[in-house]
Design a protein around this ligand. Structure first.
Ligand SMILES: C[S@@+](CC[C@H](N)C(=O)[O-])C[C@H]1O[C@@H](n2cnc3c(N)ncnc32)[C@H](O)[C@@H]1O
Length: 234
């Protein structure tokens, strides 16, 4: 595929796909984020994308579609789809009790919906969901085998820190870690720790102020340094 960015036709396909996936209180990628990561994948010849926390699939599905169009690599999502895993007990100040909200969600239905979308878009050869918690699935991924990791599972501080602790070594040197909701007080400490050894390439926070009032952007992108240069503050 010519060029170092997503071609216009594919950009339109990705936009239509993201638009068709529900966005609700449980969260979901903006179109902007999906396109930024798609450009990152093309510009850096990335092959294997791993997402912790899939939910409706607003990021996994477009990235699976992209890998299918590129005819390389894969997009893998990890999500247990259980109320227990989605309980968040830190003070997140989201206006809703995040310890009670997960019990109201149809997790089986969500899981089936994402599997059905993978089939509908015919992207199953390069897009799959591992139904497990991130800590349970970690052993399935070899060291340096992931080119882009999206951390968007349980947002409690201990869970975010654990996800990065478990998966950092699995990201190839020169690969990327994308931290969702990087401005949250529970996510920021892990981002600050990452920034001591890895380059913060890009950060976008719009406070949820969008043209249509839907969604918003809050994420940070880190480039993972070679082991030899770790410990050097950039
Ligand atoms: C904010 S949603 C993910 C949104 C999705 N990344 C997107 O951009 O559209 C968070 C998801 O994390 C999942 N989750 C919670 N704990 C998890 C864990 N330990 N491992 C993997 N996923 C987890 C929840 O089930 C939920 O579906």
């Amino acid at each position: 595929m010519a060029g170092r960015a997503v071609p216009l036709g594919l950009r339109r396909d990705l936009a239509a796909l993201v638009d068709a996936v529900p966005l609700d209180f449980g969260g979901g990628s903006s179109l902007c984020k999906a396109l930024v990561l798609a450009d990152l994948i093309i510009a850096n010849d990335l092959e294997r994308v791993l997402e912790i926390g899939v939910y409706h699939g607003r990021l996994l599905l477009p990235l699976g579609f992209l890998m299918t169009a590129l005819e390389r690599g894969e997009a893998v999502g990890i999500d247990p789809y259980t109320a227990a895993a989605a309980v968040q007990s830190d003070a997140h100040d989201r206006g809703v009790d995040l310890t009670a909200w997960p019990a109201q969600v149809d997790w089986e239905g969500l899981h089936s919906e994402v599997l059905a979308a993978i089939e509908t878009h015919a992207i199953g050869e390069r897009c799959r969901v591992v139904r497990a918690r991130s800590d349970e699935a970690a052993a399935d991924f070899a060291s340096g085998s992931i080119d882009l990791l999206h951390v968007d599972g349980n947002h409690d501080a201990a869970s975010v820190a654990r996800d990065v602790e478990l998966y950092l070594s699995k990201v190839s040197p020169g690969g990327f870690i994308v931290m969702d909701d990087a401005s949250w007080s529970s996510v920021r400490p892990t981002c600050e720790r990452l920034a001591t050894e890895h380059e913060l390439v890009f950060q976008l926070f719009d406070g949820g102020v969008t043209v249509d009032g839907v969604g918003g952007n809050d994420f940070a992108v880190f480039r993972i340094s070679e082991p030899a240069s770790r410990g050097v503050r950039r």
